[in-house]
Design a protein around this ligand. Structure first.
Ligand SMILES: [Zn+2]
Ligand SMILES: [Zn+2]
Length: 751
């Protein structure tokens, strides 16, 4: 092969041909990273094809290889191309997601200088040196102690010399750099740089945890999983109630894959990638700890680089990580697990706007491996796929050790509160339940998905409402800082003591956030230890770890928080969960509002009763008869799904159609609206049949960060066709400079 077709990093996705110079012959492969000349600049690029001939005139040679080993296998390259086609983005944008930035840049290995003796040295030589150059003698003697592996038992003067990092050597020998350099000039010592792996879990020891024995239901499911591992056919959807032991199935499935000499990826939502989760995972595979790679957003660039290469070189065969771990370059991939597959955080909200669960299914298909999606509340998309036979459905309906499902009590908040005191925050029934837990030294979790103290600030006299100047939302009052804050753009101001418009001192704070609940609960139970966990109190990484460990050791009676505490936490002493306001997620202008509420209630409720005592859940709501609440109360996922799917079908919402959301943003309202209307008109002329296109409308969040926002909603049965047409239309249309248009395929964020 004489020519290479490459995709230049900053070229916007067009492929260019270069010749392979003689010195690189045989070393350039598909997936190699190279540097090339383009418009008088050095650019990084990825080889996507090797060619015998090319018809490009005046072809230039590649400059050099950036990494010796190809870093993008053919399947990941195919996956990137598929993403470009499906998510309507340049392949180059897709590649940016597939390869971490730090890997694309080339070798960023942490290196250090190490020294070694060039030959075995005897005592006589050292004694001789001590007379003339004691500092050099000290280095030689210290280095003699550093022996190569496997030669420790031989006498010192015949041992094979081993390397020692220069820093360590000079410190141990009490010597200096000058003496070391003198020794290298004499040829007695050589210096070489060696690569040091950065391990984010260095210094931590994990004690091996043996597999748990499976109960009958788990065993039956595991048998099906093993059967699939022998002969992968279609993705598996594992619907297991909270506490049914899905993780054990994942862990044993991964073990099975490893035993066969294959590798595995386990995806978990970022928020659930807690130290507790990682520890459980690392402990199970403690014997092969070095072969476990962890990928998450808290890694430093260097750590990410090293973890990635550890996987790419085959030194790590198991990967646990958030969304982007779906691209981990695991060789001989045998299994991809997607835990909590319904989680929205698998969807990336920046380009390329991919969904990691869906990519896992596509990648599984490319690699010929098993994809196992697990959830207590499967997404309706996945559940529908299991009903239509695209996925295999496996069920686990019992909690392990025959623990009962938590008992749901719905509190009708319309009956609570009083005209004098205003609406209640904690109902009388919930108050009694907490009190009983405090007496019995059991723990309580309170959940509210809204930060701050009061969520709105208004003047009753003149009607003033504190709104963000950049966004169409109310400002939230944070009492600890005495500021009002925009949760969209971060705009903040000092909280006014009187109305900024009419100067009336009777300004009214209303709407309840976690800070207010914390205050209320601390007032009702002055002796209880209350801890709040939300983005305001957990600004440091250690704060989260510290709070969870305090809760585990029962130093906290009541843990209160946002969705940060909703997922994956496992505390046997928690017997009560209170959902302070179930209506927040129900009221969102989103066709998935009911589904999300059902998921949230079930997940949060699942935190209760994981020990020996039965759990109880209180759901406070002003709409207690809503189906999402009632089905959650009866732990009836399939009942809920059936009803919801019927409704989606009637209105042609996903999973019955695919939804593509186009958003136009502009600081000028009219220009934004006009651009979207023009786009809609062009699309109507050119879109494939079976595509419906709504009129452009202001987005529910009309204004954000100073930009007016407009939505254009498309629904289709064939995304690939629609994406192709969209790309053509968008390439031909030019918008005013201050109008930004983005395309989101399978949109989850509809605000
Ligand atoms: Zn006023
Ligand atoms: Zn704002």
């Amino acid at each position: 092969m004489k020519f290479a077709r490459v995709l230049v990093d900053r070229s916007g996705g067009s492929a260019l041909d270069y010749s392979i110079p003689p010195e690189l012959e045989g070393r350039v492969g598909i997936g190699s990273r190279v540097s090339v000349h383009l418009r008088n600049r050095q650019e990084l690029a990825t080889v996507i094809e090797l060619l015998d001939e090319t018809d490009v005139p005046g072809i230039r040679p590649l400059d050099k290889l950036v990494t010796e080993r190809p870093i993008l296998g053919p399947n990941l390259l195919r996956l990137a191309r598929w993403m470009g086609d499906y998510y309507c983005c340049p392949v180059e944008t897709a590649m940016r997601a597939v390869l971490p930035q730090v890997v694309r840049k080339g070798d960023a290995f942490k290196q250090r200088l190490a020294a070694r003796l060039t030959r075995p040295v005897d005592d006589a030589l050292i004694a001789e040196m001590e007379k003339r150059a004691p500092k050099q003698a000290a280095i030689v003697e210290t280095l003699r102690g550093a022996v190569a592996e496997g030669t420790e038992n031989e006498p010192p003067d015949t041992r094979q010399p081993g390397f020692m990092p220069v820093g360590v050597l000079l410190k141990q020998a009490g010597s200096d750099r000058g003496s070391l350099m003198a020794l290298t000039r004499k040829g007695l010592v050589v210096l070489e740089s060696e690569i040091v792996g950065r391990d984010p879990h260095e210094g931590e020891t994990f004690i091996h945890a043996a597999p748990h024995e499976l109960n009958a239901e788990q065993a039956a499911v595991f048998e099906q999983v093993c059967r699939a591992l022998d002969k992968p056919e279609k993705p598996i959807l594992l619907h297991g109630v909270t506490g049914s032991g899905k993780t054990e199935i994942y862990l044993q499935g991964i073990q099975r894959v490893l035993d066969r000499g294959q590798g595995a990826i386990m995806l978990v939502p970022e928020i659930a990638l807690t130290p507790q989760t990682v520890e459980r995972f690392k402990s199970r595979f403690a014997a092969m700890q070095r072969e476990v790679a962890v990928l998450h957003s808290h890694l430093s660039e260097g750590e990410r680089h090293d973890e990635w290469h550890k996987i790419n070189d085959g030194r790590a065969r198991i990967v646990i990580g958030a969304r982007s771990a779906v691209f981990a370059p695991v060789e001989k991939l045998g299994l991809i697990v997607v835990d909590e597959e319904h989680e929205n955080s698998y969807k990336q909200e920046d380009p390329p706007r991919y969904h990691a669960r869906d990519l896992a299914v596509v990648r599984g298909n490319l690699e010929g491996c098993v994809v196992l999606l697990g959830s207590a509340t499967p997404s309706l998309e996945s559940f529908h796929n299991s009903q239509s036979g695209k996925y295999q459905l496996l069920r686990m309906t019992q909690r392990i050790d025959d623990r009962k499902m938590p008992y749901f009590r719905i509190v009708d908040m319309r009956m609570e509160g009083s005209p004098e005191k205003g609406p209640a925050i904690i109902s009388e029934k919930l108050r009694q339940a907490i009190e009983a837990r405090l007496e019995r030294k059991e723990q309580t979790i309170l959940f509210l998905n809204r930060r701050g103290f009061s969520t709105s600030l208004s003047c009753e006299k003149c009607g003033y409402v504190a709104k963000c100047p950049n966004c169409s939302v109310s400002l939230t009052f944070h009492r600890a800082e005495n500021r009002i804050v925009c949760h969209i753009c971060g705009h903040t101001a000092i909280a006014p003591a009187k109305c900024p418009e009419c100067k009336d001192p009777g300004i009214k704070y209303s709407g309840v956030g976690t800070e207010k609940v914390e205050e209320t609960v601390s007032r009702i139970f002055p002796k209880a230890t209350v801890r709040r966990m939300d983005a305001d109190t957990m600004t440091r990484k250690e704060a989260y770890r510290e709070a969870l460990s305090a809760f585990r050791s029962r130093k906290i009676d009541i843990l209160l928080g946002t969705q940060m505490i909703a997922k994956g936490l496992h505390f046997p002493n928690v017997t009560l969960v209170g959902i302070v306001n179930a209506d927040i997620s129900l009221r969102l202008p989103d066709f998935r509002a009911a589904e999300r509420t059902f998921q949230l209630l079930t997940q949060v409720a699942g935190r209760a009763g994981r020990g020996d005592v039965e759990g109880e859940v209180f759901v406070q709501s002003f709409t207690p008869h809503h189906p999402a609440i009632q089905f959650a109360r009866h732990h009836d996922f399939e009942g809920f799904a059936e009803q919801e799917i019927e409704w989606r079908k009637q209105w042609e919402y996903p999973p019955f159609t695919k939804m593509v959301l186009i958003t136009g943003r502009s600081p000028h309202e009219e220009r934004g609206r006009f651009s979207m209307e023009t786009l809609a008109r062009r699309l109507r002329e050119l879109l494939p049949p079976n595509t419906t296109i709504a009129d452009p409308t202001p987005a529910p969040l009309e204004k954000s960060h100073g930009n007016y926002r407009f939505h254009l909603m498309l629904r289709t049965h064939s995304v690939l066709k629609l994406s192709r047409a969209l790309r053509e239309v968008l390439a031909k249309l030019t918008f005013p400079e201050d109008v930004t248009v983005t395309v989101d395929v399978d949109a989850y964020q509809l605000m």
